[in-house]
Design a protein around this ligand. Structure first.
Ligand code: F6R
Length: 611
């Protein structure tokens, strides 16, 4: 969690840092701060709250200088406050540090430093880093940082400045993401690409245990031990607009509308022209022989990505006929899962940096499983550590609430299940071709759903007046109901529960009372009759039921409910890629109607890099 930026060059660094931080606020927004070399030395300005609070403070008292570091915080150690905001300094105020991650042994280090006479001003783990670097400094900042990191355990991406060497910016990566941007007469660091994209497209991605020493004209890369390394420079092909709102009121709305493109991009080049099958040339380890040897699958992920995994479970079981379990990553390790060399573990992560997912990946590899990653970020930790990876080409997702990353994960699961079915012969070419043809229609079908956003806005505004809601479904619809409910909760703050429709009467039906809104997903032809019975049970207790159904099933449903949204018809296995879209829009408009900050819901951050 947290976002860091750094700049060394000739521009007004305050402006560059504030701009970079504005692109990283999705990583946390409890406080923000910058440190800049000014005429009077290294100066820090920081403030609790959103970046706008800091920007206002800097308007009154700007920090002028062309070298600086900045930070946007998601609080872990110590409450959100001015004192706990980064950058942190040492007692001489000559060293300044921004940090993303957690120093696990910080209490031990803090006690040691206090015994040596250091006075701490914050409750953070990060402050120990600035004092440690100051203690280790003997005229060479690079060596001081290297020595300091030898004492630290945990995760850290660091940006470090010292007044003693004002022509250098030192960056370190260990288990928290960090990139280096290369400019002309200027260089940058950032937690993520959008932070620097306005200035340069040329980047180095640091690996764990690596550091960079930036001057305005050069970048030296080395290991934390000090061995120089060379790295291929990546030229990022995202445009600045892609990383900005592009005319929409919110990133979430923009990202919902980008889904047809995300579907097409994730399918592009992966479907044979004659639809005879799927190609995944990137899957070097998952050869047909390897796939044939797999006996069971574990899908592991968090939050929305976990919900994509629930859909993935059904897809793989239906296409390949082998047992699949789906686990929340934070629980996976603690149930001692039975993992063998014939287990395929699929980790799903938009960011590729989620700490629990990464820990599950490592546990699976330790136990001999083959790990496949489905991730949206090329070069992320998950992508690099997995044995194979499938990239979802959703593009940068900025809104905290995941939309296009989730649906791209569904597309990736659909393609992968078909690929596996074709590799092992569990389904014939005609059946696979039929699924692929239907998949190719999905982007245009999503466009048709998006054209009806106004209808959903009205529905959402009615629902926004309530404090409790339910989502029900069976089979794949239940997996989608879970995602719809999470989306609603996280941005509208309406309490909502998703229930397997048949399970409702085993307890939760007691909560249904007059007027309570219930969204019923009914897209599975074999389950419609049973769903209608469950809908009737809800209506008999006063629930107001809005059905999300499709052209195939609407006739059996519409008379039983109070309102319907009709999706275009597709094959039953593919319905999640359509059914979730109206639920995303309902959540968006309900959040808006309640006056919430849609893109930055309270208490949450985009990339959860702590366990
Ligand atoms: C909800 C949401 C989260 C993430 C979860 C995993 O809208 O975005 O539930 O899905 O934090 O994140 P990734 O996919 O980056 O591992």
């Amino acid at each position: 969690m947290c976002g860091i930026v750094g700049y060394i060059g000739a521009r007004d660094s305050q402006a560059v840092l504030l701009d970079g931080l504005s692109k990283l606020e999705y990583r946390g927004y409890d406080s923000a701060g910058i440190a800049v070399f000014t005429q009077d030395g290294l100066r820090v300005s920081k403030a609790k709250g959103r970046l706008a609070v800091l920007a206002e403070k800097l308007e009154d008292a700007p920090l002028k200088g062309s070298v600086g570091i900045g930070h946007t915080r998601w609080a872990t150690h110590g409450k959100p406050s001015d004192e706990n905001s980064h950058p942190h300094t040492d007692k001489t105020m000559k060293f300044s540090v921004v940090h993303n991650g957690i120093i696990e042994n910080y209490m031990e280090l803090k006690e040691e430093l206090i015994a040596q006479g250091v006075h701490f001003v914050s409750e953070t783990d990060t402050e120990v880093i600035s004092h440690l670097i100051a203690r280790e400094y003997d005229g060479d900042i690079v060596k001081a940082v290297q020595r300091a990191t030898e004492h630290m355990r945990g995760a850290f991406a660091l940006g470090v400045l010292t007044e003693h060497e004002p022509d250098k910016l030192v960056a370190v990566r260990f288990a928290s993401p960090l990139i280096i941007g290369i400019g002309e007469g200027e260089n940058f660091i950032g937690s993520d690409i959008p932070a620097i994209l306005q200035y340069t497209r040329r980047v180095y991605i640091l690996n764990d245990g690596e550091m960079a020493v930036l001057t305005k004209d050069a970048v030296e890369l080395m290991t934390i031990e000090g061995n120089f390394i060379s790295r291929e420079m990546i030229v990022v092909d995202w445009d600045v607009l892609t990383a900005e709102k592009g005319g929409y009121d919110h990133f979430m709305l923009k990202e919902i509308h980008e889904q047809p493109k995300a579907y097409r991009d994730t399918m592009r080049g992966r479907i044979n022209e004659d639809r005879s099958g799927v190609k995944f040339p990137e899957l070097k380890g998952l050869t047909p022989a390897k796939l044939s040897s797999i006996r069971n699958v574990h899908i592991v992920a968090c939050g929305t990505a976990y919900h994509a995994g629930l859909v993935g479970r059904t897809l793989i079981e239906q296409c390949v006929g082998i047992p699949v379990e789906t686990d929340v990553a934070s629980e996976y390790r603690y149930r001692s899962p039975i993992i063998t060399k014939d287990t395929l573990v699929i980790v799903v992560s938009q960011s590729g940096e989620t700490a629990d997912t990464l820990a599950a990946l490592r546990e699976a590899q330790r136990n001999g499983a083959h790990v496949l990653a489905i991730t949206n970020v090329v070069g992320s930790s998950v992508a690099r550590e997995a044995d194979d990876s499938i990239v979802t080409w959703a593009g940068p997702e900025i809104a905290v609430a995941s939309t296009k990353a989730y649906t791209s994960q569904l597309i990736a699961f659909m393609l992968f299940s078909l690929y596996w079915a074709q590799s092992t012969g569990s389904k014939d070419t005609a059946w696979i071709g039929q699924q692929l043809a239907a998949m190719e229609s999905l982007p245009e079908q999503v466009e048709r759903i998006l054209e009806q956003a106004d209808v959903l806005k009205d529905v959402a505004e009615g629902m926004a007046k309530h404090d409790n809601m339910f989502f029900i479904g069976r089979g794949l619809d239940y997996a989608v109901a879970l995602e719809g409910s999470l989306k609603l909760k996280e941005i509208s703050y309406i309490h909502s529960e998703a229930y397997a429709a048949g399970e409702l009467k085993h307890g939760t039906l007691a909560l249904i009372e007059d007027g309570i809104p219930v969204i019923a997903l009914t897209t599975q032809p074999t389950l419609v009759e049973k769903m209608v019975s469950n809908i009737k049970e809800v209506k008999a207790r006063g629930g107001v039921v809005y059905a999300v159904t499709d052209e195939t099933n609407v006739a059996g449903v519409e008379k039983a409910v109070d309102g319907t949204f009709v999706l275009p018809a597709t094959l039953p296995m593919l319905t999640p890629a359509l059914a979730v879209v109206p639920l995303q829009l309902i959540s968006y408009y309900a959040s808006l109607a309640r006056g919430n900050d849609v893109d930055k819901p309270r208490n949450l951050a985009k990339s959860v890099t702590v366990e």
